[in-house]
Structures are given as structure tokens and as C-alpha cells.
Design a protein around this ligand. Sequence first.
Ligand code: CMP
Length: 159
Amino acid sequence: MSQVGAGPAARAAIALPREMGRGGAELVPMLAGVPLFRNLSRRHLKRVASLARMRRFAAETPIVRAGDAGSAFYVLIDGGARVVTPKGRARKLGSGDFFGEMALLDDSPRSASVVAEGDVLTMTISRSAFGKLLRSEPALSQELLRTLAARLRSAEKTV
Ligand code: CMP
């Protein structure tokens, strides 16, 4: 689990009607605190913000379901979620963590369900925008791969 450096100002900035729509420059301070984006310049963060949509989920809502086709990538902006694999293993994700990348990367069904633990605010990026971002932002791709390696090591330990 990691922490987004979103302070009260960033929270207030996103507590606007736009939070349910496409993001703008007001999201940049919040995105700067997301570990996945930590090596991106302000200009590149603005690009991410322009591709992002903010979505809220009520407690216990499945945000993605195992077996479904994947159409978006998610970053948890505020709140926690649990990943439940088909074998019943559960993992916690917190603010600043991402999920939903696997189905987009290998074009296969969702590998697990991800359920909101409380009320949750997410940032989503569509499949096509996610692909474009990975191709154009090596720093983001590298950070994503680093996290996937850490998750694989952690999953191996619990098998
Ligand atoms: P995806 O398969 O698209 O949808 C379910 C998501 O849960 C998956 O992408 C990952 O982001 C996440 N996930 C699956 N397995 C694990 C795991 N072992 N640890 C952390 N996250 C996981």
C-alpha cells in the first residue's frame, strides 16, 4: 500500500463537479503524489490528467469483476479496495495504488475482482489511452513494471 500525497487543497480541488468527468490541470497536484507518476514532469502529468476520468464507487461495489473483459485502468485516489483472486486470496490496495492493468496488457479477462472497501474515488484511463501512455512515457512504464515485479514476488511468497 502506498500513500497519495494529496493534501486538503488537492482534495478540495477534486471535490468539484468535474470529479465525475474528464480531469483537467486541477488534478496535477494530486497526480504528482501517486507513486506510479512520480517520475513524470508537470507537462506529462497534465497529459495524464487530460486523459483521466474520475469515478466514485460506493462501499462493497465490485469495481472490476474476475472474468470480465477489461476496458480501463484504475488508480485509487481516495479509499481502499481488496483484490480477490478466483482462488479466494485477498490483497489490500490503498490510496495511490493502481489496478486493472493486466487485462489491458495481455488482452485477457480480468484476473481478479477488485471490490471497494469503503467509498472510493478512482481515476480511470481508457484502454486506448493507457496503451498510448505506456508507449509515450517510459518513466511510467518502468514504474508500472517495478510494481508488477514486486506484486509477483509477494504473490509467490503467499503460494
Ligand atoms: P486485471 O486482471 O486487469 O483486473 C484485476 C486486477 O487485480 C489485475 O488487473 C491487477 O491489477 C489486480 N491484481 C490481480 N492479482 C493481484 C495480486 N496478486 N496482487 C495485487 N493486485 C492484483
